[in-house]
Design a protein around this ligand. Sequence first.
Ligand code: ATP
Ligand code: MG
Ligand code: FE
Length: 344
Amino acid sequence: PIVLGIESTCDETAAAVVQGRTLISNVVASSMDEHARYGGVIPEIASRAHAEAFVPCVSKALADANMTLSDVDAIAVSAGPGLAGCLAVGVSGAKSLAWAANKPIYGINHVIGHIAVTQLQFGPFPEDTLALIVSGGHTSLLHVEDVAHHIDVVGTTLDDAAGECFDKVARLLGFPYPGGPHIDRHAQLGDPHAIKVPQGLTQGKAGQQHPYDFSFSGVKTAVARWIEEQQAQGNEIPVDDVCASLADSVATVLAKKAMRGCEQYGSKTLIVGGGFSANSQLRAKLLEVGVEHGVEVRVPQLKLCTDNGAMVAMLGVNLVEAGVAPSNLDFAIDSAMPLTKISM
Ligand code: ATP
Ligand code: MG
Ligand code: FE
């Protein structure tokens, strides 16, 4: 099937056409430049930008694919999770197209799209696949039984997401928002063992076991405290070493728990997805432990890690192929859509 995918959960307005497992076109417009000076995404500004970029993005995705709306079999759009105003623009636009062209529409889960997109590079999911979702808003380990019908949450962060932790430390170090990529770049120049950064929740709190859960708020606090101490003593902050030590700690705990999960579920494949999977320290660590454990690690190419329309279209193809009923035209957006809900 041919599916047009539309994305507007946060600051990216994106549209793409996917046919089967082939990416035909992929257009992304971002309003991040307008948010950077505020130190975070401003929902009102992002919503307005979506309203402006929606038609140009969709038109270009169709033109690049040499298609018109009548050529697609279905439209898929992110229905959540995300910023409500942003979702409303993309979902309303997508519904209008579906109504006008009389095409089925699927309101899909953006985060599951981050997993689905790996099929464009690596083909369909093997049985008993585990997925590590690492993004600005999520850090979770999922068991993908059937991407169109059934996903289980194996573990999740009890507080901050990994990307959020990077962005917060980046702010302390004076990097512009989003700081994740800056930490990545500086980490490549530093010593990962220079500073002792705790690994979030390796043991579990007060005797409780959280073998697959994560916690990154303490990691951020530990780094913040260390920086304050150095400043109080008048020491210069070794930025590269701080970044390298933080990145090593976060990548190590994510890789360790992902491999523990693969062992438990007898999974030989680990799918990685979400904006934070662009992080070079995490990519290197996962590929390294994958070889050690005999697990094939599927990390998407960089342009498919961050938010895009291809991930939405790919999950749409999965739903069409599986014969899942399309969403009704009056489906709601869900800014807190749970990971177990794949489509509306
Ligand atoms: P969600 O998908 O959970 O709704 P989101 O869409 O806001 O959240 P993404 O766009 O998938 O998140 O990812 C953005 C996050 O990825 C930000 O926290 C950003 O700092 C981080 N990020 C992007 N590239 C890198 C990198 N190279 N190293 C570290 N972090 C990165
Ligand atoms: Mg974004
Ligand atoms: Fe995302």
